[in-house]
Design a protein around this ligand. Structure first.
Ligand code: ADP
Length: 430
């Protein structure tokens, strides 16, 4: 309002000045009719005022449309500049808002979790690409999202106005999704994460703890029973004391082996792989020498065929894997049998083979022997000091070295375990 009155005052002042100057001029020039003077001066003043107002309106127009305006006198110029500044500010803000929106969309598009925004009328306002994949495709309505439990969870959050988090199962493709839905004004924002692998690993860990506890309980029960028998034997059957002491020793030995294997597994899972250049032929030769007396005692011929082969790796871990394979070959081969340790290499890979002509592995069990605590014949395994963890350790070591381990076996004819390692590689990190 103040701006408009300034404009009017300025125009009227201009009119009055032009009117007075005009009429004076006409009088000086000798136009003696007063009316003529008044009319002429009025016309000139009117045109001047119209011209001025037109100029001012154009200048304000130019300012409003963001074009640089021509200079105007006094207050008008200030008003025009003010409008220009305000418009410039608004344009800047609108650009900033657009940039923020584009950034937000880009971040959500790359966000590794699904984000779904649903309003109270169950219209889907937004789904990022991960949400489209996890929730069964793009949908404009809540009822189009899968699994069905996701819909009911969002409806619950709408009606209760309180956040909820839950695991829901997707049938096709099979997956476990963790959904966290939170109310946000008239909307509900749901964050959907594929936790299939995470839940599988958690389940595996739970199973492992249960299996390990069970494995530890077996020798513990045997030790407890043997100690009880030993106490009785000390008083009544001194001739059997030796026997029960041996049983206690066997139980303790079994317990120690399980704990040792568990610690090895834990170390392999958590520690960093320290790489050095390893002479595989020498390493296998040394391990074979350690088993010479055990093989001889079992009546098994131990043959070593060593060709030059070097790899980058951890000598300690590789020795552990070779020891487990060699130990198995001897334990699962009957007296009179043969175990061959072979090392060779080609351009890319170094190979260690441990072959025996022992009891062999049934076909159905071949894919499972590398699982923790899996045994084909539990009685023979335990009787020969097995823990059920030997091949799991081998697999872990080989994978950490970027290699593969395979087995070929025929029941009653023997088995060949083949470890293939890259000759040059970078560590896997865990
Ligand atoms: P274990 O301590 O019981 O030997 P491993 O993990 O070393 O556990 O092996 C898993 C199972 O695979 C064994 O219980 C055994 O049934 C089978 N197995 C492993 N090596 C051989 C082999 N050389 N010959 C026959 N069976 C084997």
């Amino acid at each position: 309002m103040a701006d408009r009155s300034t404009l009017t005052a300025w125009a009227v002042a201009r009119f009055v000045v032009v009117y007075l100057v005009g009429s004076s001029l006409l009088l000086v020039l000798g136009v003696d009719t007063l009316w003529m003077a008044v009319l002429l001066a009025g016309a000139v003043g009117g045109i001047t005022v119209w011209w001025s107002l037109r100029g001012a309106v154009r200048a304000l127009d130019a300012a409003a449309s963001g074009r640089p305006s021509r200079r105007l006198p006094g207050d008008l110029d200030r008003i025009a500049r003010g409008i220009e500044d305000r418009i410039g500010e608004l344009e800047r803000r609108s650009q900033e808002a657009e940039q923020s929106l584009a950034l937000l969309e880009e971040v959500l598009a790359r966000f590794p979790h699904g984000v779904v925004v649903v309003d109270r009328d169950e219209q889907v306002i937004y789904m990022n690409p991960v949400a489209v994949t996890l929730a069964g495709g793009e949908s404009a309505h809540l009822s189009g999202l899968t699994p069905h439990r996701l819909q009911t969870l969002i409806r619950q959050v709408v009606s209760e106005g309180a956040p909820r988090t839950e695991d829901v199962e997707q049938v096709s493709p099979q997956a476990v999704l963790s959904v966290s839905a939170i109310p946000a004004g008239r909307h509900v924002v749901a964050v959907v994460t594929d936790v299939t692998e995470q839940r599988r690993v958690e389940q595996m860990r739970r199973d492992f703890v249960a299996d390990a506890s069970h494995e530890l309980k077996t020798p513990l029960a045997s030790i407890t029973a043997s100690l009880e028998a030993l106490r009785i034997a000390l008083n009544r059957r001194p001739d059997r004391v030796e026997e029960f002491v041996s049983r206690v020793e066997a139980g303790v030995g079994q317990l120690a082996r399980i704990v040792e294997d568990l610690l090895d597994l834990s170390r392999l899972e958590s520690s960093h792989l320290e790489m050095t250049r390893v002479d595989l032929a020498r390493l296998v030769g040394e391990e074979a020498a350690r088993f010479a007396s055990k093989a001889e005692a079992a009546g098994i011929e131990l043959v070593v065929e060593l060709n030059p082969a070097e790899v980058d790796g951890s000598p300690r871990d590789l020795a552990l894997a070779i020891r487990n394979l060699c130990d198995n070959a001897i334990r699962y081969t009957d007296s009179g049998g043969k175990v061959v340790l072979r090392v060779y290499s080609d351009a890319d890979r170094a190979v260690v083979e441990v072959a025996d002509n022992g009891i062999g592995i049934p076909r159905r069990a071949l894919s499972r022997v590398f699982e923790r605590f899996y045994r084909v014949d539990s009685a023979r395994s335990r009787a020969t000091g097995g823990t059920g963890l030997g091949l799991a350790i081998v697999k872990h070591v080989v994978q950490r070295h970027g290699g593969t381990v395979t087995v070929e076996s025929e029941l009653g004819a023997g088995s060949t375990f083949r470890v293939s390692l890259p000759r040059n590689q970078t560590p896997s990190g865990n």
